[in-house]
Design a protein around this ligand. Structure first.
Ligand code: ATP
Ligand code: MG
Length: 315
């Protein structure tokens, strides 16, 4: 707890490297450098919600990178991924892929943005109809895929159907393979989470082609790209129409909604309390999911990364 508070002033908002490292692309969360057929991905401590960058969260970049690596390693034999090496706890060198212009979102429960749409009467936007009598946070019999477009910076991702994707955006053969991979990853993720007392509620995957091979890229099963709930609390909360006990980014979305922000206009400044709370949730998830203690890299993140990159001759 004290470590989190201390770290507030050391978080990494951005890491700008020399131009000669590669072509720079600033995502909402990552600072990326493309060089040759590789990509240097620095997961900063920035947090985004509703497509706005809001500020930074202590240890977030380290937690995301370590959780993503945990999953990439666990799943590498069933789905090829982009990992090459990991020169710092929050830096990855990966295979630079030709990205598919869609995100594959898989859900086992109706919650979050899908619930918000459904409860406003929106249905069918993904090319199939949801049952008409669902309750918030209800479990589906089997996972559903609700794809979205991958919007340009500053734009919102939009729902899209499978038919539209294979008609306009991705050859059917490739998209089917991506779906198959996504379902395999999600199945493995759900089973592992269940063993650790968690529910993997839903998640988002990105895929790309590298040397004609389809690989999973970006991050997998992190608390930025997924929802996780505490398994033992699910049934009681569901039956009593109470919010689920969640260990993911939804905490910050809920906080924003409580402040009256729903995605339009200027988001409120994060308070230290909410920054600390999200850090605690992410650390709790880390421990539950991996079964290991979290070892925070306390101190100035930027200097540490620069030292690691130069020691490993990356820069
Ligand atoms: N192996 C890869 N090859 C090519 N691009 C990748 C790879 N892995 C991730 N990316 C892309 O790198 C970027 C990572 O940055 P980040 O996660 O911050 O972006 P984002 O905020 O999710 O998306 P946006 O690009 O819309 O800002 C994403 O655009 C992602 O699609
Ligand atoms: Mg991303």
């Amino acid at each position: 707890m004290n470590e989190i508070k201390e770290q507030l002033k050391f978080t990494l908002n951005k890491l700008e490297l020399d131009d000669n490292v590669g072509q720079y692309y600033r995502g909402k969360v990552r600072d990326n450098y493309y060089f040759d057929d590789k990509m240097l991905m620095v997961t900063t401590d920035r947090v985004s919600a509703f497509d706005h960058v809001l500020g930074t969260i202590p240890f977030k970049g380290q937690i995301l990178t370590e959780i993503a690596n945990f999953w990439f390693d666990k799943t590498k034999d069933i789905v090829p991924n982009h990992v090459i090496s990991n020169p710092d706890p929050q830096v990855l060198i990966s295979k630079k892929a030709n990205t598919l212009p869609v995100e594959i979102i898989i859900r086992k429960y109706i919650t979050g943005s899908l619930w918000r749409e459904y409860s406003q009467g929106i249905n069918g936007q993904y090319g199939f109809m949801l049952d008409s009598d669902l309750k918030e946070n209800q479990e589906f019999e089997s996972p559903i895929i609700t794809p979205s477009t991958k919007a340009e910076y500053g734009q919102h991702d939009e729902p899209i159907s499978r038919d539209e994707i294979i008609k306009d955006l991705v050859p059917e053969e490739i998209y089917s393979k991506a779906e198959e991979y996504a379902l395999k990853l999600f199945d493995l993720g759900q089973k592992w989470a269940n063993k650790m007392g968690l529910i993997l509620v839903d998640t988002k995957y990105e895929f790309g082609l590298y040397n004609n091979e389809l690989i999973v890229i970006d991050e997998i099963h992190t608390p930025d790209s997924s929802r996780y709930w505490i398994k033992d609390d699910y049934a009681h909360n569901f039956e009593n129409n109470q919010p689920q006990n969640m260990l993911d980014k939804e905490n910050i979305r809920q906080w924003l909604i409580e402040q009256g922000f729903k995605g339009e206009g200027t988001p409120p400044d994060l308070t230290d309390d909410i920054r600390i709370l999200l850090s605690q949730k992410y650390i709790e998830l880390y421990k539950k999911l991996t079964g290991n203690e979290f070892e925070p890299q306390v101190g100035d993140v930027k200097n540490r990364i620069l030292a690691n990159l130069s020691e490993k001759s990356v820069i």
